[in-house]
Structures are given as C-alpha cells and as structure tokens.
Design a protein around this ligand. Sequence first.
Ligand SMILES: Cc1ncc(COP(=O)(O)O)c(C=O)c1O
Length: 307
Amino acid sequence: MLNSSPSTHFNLNSPTDCITVQGQTFYVKRDDLLHPIFNGNKARKFLYYLYLKDTQIKTIISFGGNQSNAMLALSVLARIKHWRFDYYLKKLPQQLRNNPSGNFKYACEHGMSYHEVTEFPIIHPTPESIILKQGGVGAEAEFGIATLANEINQWVMNQQIDDACIFVPSGTGTTAFYLQQHTQLSVYTTPCVGDSEYLKKQWHHLNIDTPRYPIIIPFDQHARFGQPYLPYFEIWQRLLEETGIEFDLLYDPVGWISILKHRHCLAKNIIYIHCGGVNGNESMVDRYNYRFTKSVIMKHSEKCLDE
Ligand SMILES: Cc1ncc(COP(=O)(O)O)c(C=O)c1O
C-alpha cells in the first residue's frame, strides 16, 4: 500500500543482486529499491528535477496514459517538491472514473489534478512551469541515467567482473540510449512498444551525434503492448518464484524472454536493469483476471511450472 505522504528519503546507489533464472546466473541492478514509488528509470529520468534548487517552478505539466508509471512518479516528485501537477489524459473509462485503481488512484491520492481531453493540448512552458514529455523523454533524463551508468561502472570495477554487459528493455529507448553514452560496457535492449525501426527513430530524435548506440535484440511481438498475454504472465510469475524479485508486467516479461532466448550471444555476466514500475502491476493483474479469469491463469501457471 502506498503512503499518502511520500518519503523524501531517496537512496541513490541501488544494490546489485545475483540471481539464478532457469539455472543461469544474472545480476540485477535493483533500481526498484531507490524509493517506494519514485524509483526505477522514472526516478533516474526525473532526478534532474528532484535536485533542482532555487527554481521559480511551481507546476509540472505532463500527459499520457491513465495507468502510466511516469504519471505516478511525477505525482510523487510534485508532492516532494511542493509543486502542482497537471496531467492531461484521454477520456477515462467509466469503470476507472467510478472506481479509481492502480497508478491512477495513487497519483490522484498524491495530489495530481487530471484533465480529460480528446487531443493533448499544445501548452507552452513559462518560468513557473515545466512540461514533461510522455515517458520522461528529454535531454534532462541524461543527468540521472548517467548516475545509473556510473554506479554500474564502479560496481563492475570493484567486483572485478570482466566480460560484462548491460540489458534494459526499451519503451522510448531513452534509458538504453543514455546508459550507452556513459559506459564502456555494451548495452543491449529489446523493443517492447514498437519494433527496432521505431527504437532507432526514437534515438535519432534525441538528437545526439554519437558513435555509440545500444545493440538491439529484435523481438517478434506476440501481443500489442500492454495487452494481457499468458506467456508474459508465466515468465513474470516464474521470476517471482525463482528469484523473489517482483518485476513489472509490461516491459520485463519481454525483456526476460528475449534475454533467455539470446543468452548465448551476450557477454558472460549480464546486468539486468530493474526499471521499477511494480506499482502498476496491480491494475495489470486485474486486467489478466478480467481477461482470462483466475482459474485459467492458475491452470496455465501450474502447467508451465510442471513442464
Ligand atoms: C518498468 C519499465 N521498464 C522499461 C521502461 C522503458 O524505458 P524507456 O522508455 O526509457 O525505454 C519503462 C518506461 O519508462 C518502464 O516503466
């Protein structure tokens, strides 16, 4: 359960766990542990704003999905900074408006003012407001993602781990891209939202002239992003049971299926970035239950575990 008064204790330098999945060893950079809500790559992307001092800013404005992880992280950021948070979203489903749940509910509890629109309006920033793009895309994200890269670089050196690489699943590709700019290790990624071409276009929009791009492991999407798909639920549950770590239900199943399939092509020591987003699992599990009914999910999971 989330706390209505968010902790301001933000512990940078997250731990790295060693885990075993299907008999293979991996490292997991536990950015999900940075803060109960303001964690994962959203915390890294918005760190610049958390550290902002002597600013005139009074309002954060953003837009996106009604269960977005970034929305929830921004509601907490605004609360910590004593800023107003205006969030624009498409018309809410009746069910969600009547019974707020998941990230939407918690963001509202943290003081988010939401505005239902048919089209996202064009709003110009003022000295007192910042407009943050969907998914935390933007040059300011580099500041916090560089702190993540530096922690990994330092950890690899301290542990004297050679033959290491990094893996992070991609949405906008912002995390993978900026990580690669701040580490000599190879960063591998798999597109979860679009295809490889979409990801390359996203990197192109970041507008940095660089010789270093992350390496894309293509993935044949079986389901539209965010749609319940039983094999995703299965790997998510397996990971929970085998490692005790709860991953997110949107990006991580794609990431882990991809890694396990291509394990042999990657470096010996894979560092998987846990990007948080676990607060959003509540509404995803509801969607799985609604779509498949509990008994189908249970049967499917039991069948998979027996295999
Ligand atoms: C849990 C999780 N993993 C991965 C990603 C992908 O991050 P990016 O959009 O920077 O590629 C996101 C999106 O922010 C996310 O919420």
